[in-house]
Write a protein that binds this ligand. Structure first.
Ligand code: ZN
Length: 143
């Protein structure tokens, strides 16, 4: 059975990321700077290269892979909550190459921005924090 809270939109931040920045670190930096502890993020643009993760459900470990080419960000969506008391952006991304082939996965540090436009919606409501979940091995929300 689903467990959930109710939240309200509080502030919306819309902007662009710096060329050459680390995509995940820069989004996290905005959250730290604006003290966003709960929310969601969407973005689009392009990257110089991407580093993505795939969670192996059997071994309960992430496999990370790099795409060392220029790619479009066709979709990025993520959420913001707290892990170890700090804002954590958990985002998944889909990128496409010059032939329209797409790749996707868990956004990892090492994805470098060519250009990126983002919208972060900060929410007010019960704080969600991440903690180790034995069943999945993942740091999931405690609700
Ligand atoms: Zn993920």
């Amino acid at each position: 059975m689903a467990v959930y809270n109710q939240a309200e939109s509080e502030h919306i931040f819309i902007g662009k990321l710096e060329h050459g920045a680390d995509l995940l670190e820069e989004l996290t930096g905005v959250c730290e700077e604006k003290n966003i502890r709960l929310g969601y993020v969407v973005a689009l643009g392009a990257v110089r290269k991407a580093r993505l993760g795939y969670y192996n459900q059997e071994t309960k470990e992430y496999k990370f892979f790099e795409l060392n080419k220029n790619l479009e960000i066709t979709s990025l969506s993520g959420n913001i909550s707290l892990r170890d008391g700090q804002p954590m952006v958990h985002a998944h991304i889909t990128v496409s190459d010059s032939n329209g082939r797409t790749f996707g996965g868990h956004l990892a540090p090492g994805t470098i921005v060519f250009a990126c436009e983002f919208i972060i919606t900060a929410l007010s409501g019960p704080q969600l924090t991440r903690d180790h979940d034995d069943q999945t091995g993942l740091p999931l929300w405690k609700i």
